[in-house]
Unconditional design. Structure first.
Length: 368
């Protein structure tokens, strides 16, 4: 963190603590026996949502007769719907964000929530404020540059980078809730095998390889030419069925790879998350960058080969033992920047097709 940011966050903390004394917001210890209704307050992307599964499962196991509600954005809601422990989801629109947030918080306040949880240790204040506005009797979250004034009980910031799953689970440990699982897990039922693409894949006995070449930041992305070459090699050696997955914004990226392999592939643009999960459950391996789709495949128990560049490895490493991550040990690795600071992008450029394809072969042959 640079000096300007440090000054800003310390000033923010001072102003928020002035607010604390003005309105007499007091801490109070949570009485777990009184907890019946729990609200998870989020502004997650796909990866965060999947990695919240151990947190939600542990909550439900500790309060089996309780109700778990989630306040989330529309693009994470589809993943939350896959989590059977959740009783109701309140979705704020990404296009009409402010009015949608207010309407949903009013609905939530009428539920008389016992415990609202903001599980992430990060800078933005919005989730802390939403936790406060939920009207919950108890509110819990991390102590982080003044955010803690909105909570009735705060979790100490451990001052080091840990995996995001552990970061969320530490909130539960802080209030003496037993952790019953530490890895996300998704099961896809047979009834979801009802789409033509899915039926055709299920009947295809060839090696099936899914490729998701996108990423939230361009610095996280391996070259499209490399993905295409890896797919071509897999087709030549294994007769592989290639499935390209991406959002509407990644249409041109998928189109480029498709053309490089003579359109011998299944191309899926912005499919529903249930369809992505079902298709991934049928493939032999997923090749991708560090992304939400990677964590989805890991939760499904699907073998993966992924690239990792500027991403902070300790926080975003895929869970489980069925993942091969290709990462270069260079001095600036893990900078977590959306723009290469040394203008070389070596962390991704130095990853070769040969080593990714070698990892892919390992995953395919291991599964045979």
């Amino acid at each position: 963190m640079n000096n300007f940011k440090k000054i800003y966050f310390y000033l923010r903390k001072l102003l928020l603590y002035a607010f604390f004394y003005l309105f007499h917001l007091k801490e109070k210890k949570i009485e777990l026996k009184k907890i019946k209704k729990i609200l998870l307050v989020t502004d997650f992307r796909l990866g965060d949502t999947i990695l919240s599964m151990p947190f939600i499962k542990s909550l439900k196991d500790s309060f089996p007769d309780g109700k778990i509600y989630v306040f989330c954005n529309s693009y994470s809601s589809d993943v939350f719907r896959l989590i059977k422990e959740i009783d109701e989801i309140f979705i704020y629109s990404n296009s009409k964000r402010i009015t949608s947030i207010i309407k949903n918080l009013l609905k939530i306040s009428r539920l008389k929530i016992d415990l609202a949880i903001d599980p992430i240790c990060d800078y933005p204040l919005k989730t802390a404020i939403w936790t406060f506005l939920s009207g919950a009797n108890y509110r819990i979250g991390y102590e982080f540059y003044g955010k803690e004034i909105f909570y009735t009980q705060k979790i100490k910031n451990i001052q080091k980078t840990i995996h995001i799953c552990e970061e969320m689970l530490n909130v539960l440990r802080g209030i003496n809730i037993k952790i019953t699982t530490t890895f996300p897990k998704i099961n896809i039922s047979k009834k979801e095998f009802n789409n033509a693409d899915i039926i055709n894949l299920n009947n295809n006995k060839n090696v099936k390889i899914a490729i998701h070449p996108g990423g939230f930041y361009s610095t996280q992305c391996w070259a499209k030419e490399n993905f295409a070459e890896t797919a071509r090699k897999a087709q030549e050696e294994f007769g592989a069925q290639i499935i390209l997955i991406g959002s509407q914004k990644e249409f041109l990226l998928l189109d480029f790879i498709s053309k490089q392999i003579n359109n011998k592939c299944l191309k899926l643009i912005s499919p529903p998350i249930e369809k992505i999960a079902t298709i991934l459950s049928l493939v032999n391996c997923l090749i991708c960058n560090n992304s939400g789709i990677l964590h989805l495949a890991s939760a499904l128990g699907i073998p993966t080969v992924s690239t990792m560049g500027p991403t902070v490895a300790e926080r975003w490493w895929p869970c489980g033992e069925n993942n091969i991550v290709i990462r270069k040990k260079i001095p600036c690795i893990g900078c977590n920047s959306g723009k290469c600071r040394i203008k070389t992008h070596d962390c991704m450029k130095l990853i070769s097709v040969e080593e990714v394809y070698s990892a892919l072969k390992t995953q395919i042959l291991k599964g045979k």
